[in-house]
Design a protein around this ligand. Structure first.
Ligand code: TYD
Ligand code: MG
Length: 447
């Protein structure tokens, strides 16, 4: 018989549940002093678990790392959370590495940060940094695809933030990089690393053409936050949105422009999305939308044309099923029948609208193209359209109206049920409508 086995301490744990690889005088999560105790590594058969009154657990007060980039901080829900793992997804070439390097440079001003790349050499990273005019000495780089080596360096250097670019290029001891199993395993190991310390970790993941993050959807379950960086290849505008966020809303949206000197925030996206609008042309309507807490005006375009065969539908920026439904409503409830025609719908600027409040603008754009009559160029609209052709209420009418007023619009066609709330916003002439017919006659009559 050998000596009895004693459980070696494996990290530290606070009464609030915060785990750390090293002791902290003060818990970074709950702020309690001297509360972190060594945790035993006895595994599943170890000490009994003890439940605590939930009301006594202090949480959600962890100081966040604020990037100072308003567009990014808002999408994150107020900055990076200590010990969290953020997955930054997007198609190859969209600007993930650029966004991450700029983000790390911002955070480097307050402490050493580590950017580990398995994709680019140090020389390539330095060239990019020079192009982005990044000179912060606190930004340390590591060109290393081996996961073990990255984790060892992160454990040694203890950066205040760790960035890993990308999950698909990480090499494990076995298995080929980029395979679904390897990607999942690498993410799980990085997650364990993030949870064992207070430093947030940002991991880049390439999105396949189908939009799946790094192949397996299971990655999204592992991480705390999933950010998607999107945009049209032909446009310089990029939209950042959270599709999952354990620490904030998933309805927020950040807009950036890719310039020669890197990514620049776009604080007023409405002006940008409407900049190239051919006001007065048929087939175009402006929707007063809400993305998260922020109102955004976007141009919805439609083109209808006689079909030479089975009618074709191509839809960008709105749900194609929703458009199919709206086409049927137009035909049956508003006398605008394009069911036999080719119909193309597009949201300008590469924006994706998820709100039913955009319905009215889609209907107006389709009816405008079908009739050849332009939508009143000084009008915006919003409202959900139901199968009976009724126009239903949408929230935050005052925010939508304030944004429209700011951008010089004079009229707003809106659900009658929203009028009471909207009166207070003032400034615009309000046209309250109950159904699609009423909305179209208000929007298509240029006055
Ligand atoms: P990148 O960040 O490498 O994309 P990803 O990591 O998502 O694959 O950037 C992609 C493109 O961005 C690249 O083709 C060049 C362009 N770009 C600029 O326009 N300006 C810049 O300052 C930088 C660094 C890149
Ligand atoms: Mg890259």
């Amino acid at each position: 018989m050998g000596t009895p086995r004693t459980a070696a301490p494996r990290g530290f744990v606070c009464t609030c549940g915060f785990h750390a690889s090293r002791p902290f005088g003060r818990c970074p999560q709950c702020g309690e002093w001297g509360s972190l105790q060594p945790r035993s590594a006895s595994g599943a058969g170890g000490a009994a678990a003890r439940a605590v009154p939930l009301s006594e657990v202090r949480g959600g007060e962890a100081p966040r790392l604020v990037t100072g980039w308003g567009e990014l901080d808002r999408v994150l829900g107020g900055g990076l959370v200590p010990g969290s793992l953020v997955l930054l997804g997007g198609e190859p070439g969209i600007g993930k590495s650029t966004l991450l390097l700029q983000l790390m440079a911002r955070l480097a001003a307050r402490g050493t940060v580590l950017y580990a790349s398995g994709e680019e050499s140090l020389e390539q990273l330095a060239l990019r940094a020079a192009r982005l005019r990044i000179t912060e000495p606190g930004l340390h780089a590591l060109a290393e695809p081996r996961l073990e080596a990255v984790l060892a360096e992160a454990t040694r250097a203890r950066p205040s933030v760790l960035a890993v670019d990308s999950v698909q290029t990480l090499l494990l001891e076995e298995g080929s990089p980029g395979s679904p199993g390897a990607v999942r395993e690498a993410t799980a190991r990085l997650l364990a690393h993030a949870k064992s310390g207070a430093a947030p970790l940002v991991l880049v993941g390439h999105v396949t053409k189908e939009g799946a993050l790094a192949g397996p959807k299971t990655l999204e379950h592992l991480v705390d936050v999933v950010l998607l960086f999107e945009g049209e290849a032909s446009s310089s505008y990029r939209v950042l949105r959270a599709t999952k966020n354990r620490f904030g809303s998933t309805r927020e949206l950040g807009v950036f422009e890719m310039r020669g000197e890197g990514l620049v925030e776009v604080p007023n996206p409405s002006a940008l999305f409407l900049a190239e609008r051919a006001a007065g042309a048929s087939g175009s309507a402006v929707a007063a939308c809400l993305e998260g807490s922020r109102p955004i005006l976007v141009e919805v375009q439609a083109l209808t044309a006689p079909a030479s065969g089975p009618p074709r539908r191509a839809v960008l920026g709105v749900d194609p099923y929703r458009v199919a439904l709206l086409l049927a409503v137009c035909a049956r409830r508003a006398g605008v029948d394009v069911l036999g025609s080719d119909v193309f719908v597009n949201v300008a600027g590469g924006v994706r609208l998820s709100e039913p409040a955009a319905d009215l603008a889609v209907v107006a754009a389709i009816a405008s193209s079908a009739s050849g009559r332009a939508v009143d160029p000084r009008a915006v609209c919003f409202g959900e359209v139901g199968l009976a052709g009724e126009v239903r209420a949408s929230g935050a009418a005052d925010l939508r109206l304030a944004e429209a007023g700011k951008l010089g619009f004079r009229r707003c066609v809106l659900p009658a049920a929203c009028c009471k709330e909207a009166r207070a916003a003032g400034g615009l002439e309000l046209v309250a409508v109950k159904d699609v017919r009423g909305a179209l006659s208000a929007l298509l009559s240029v006055r």
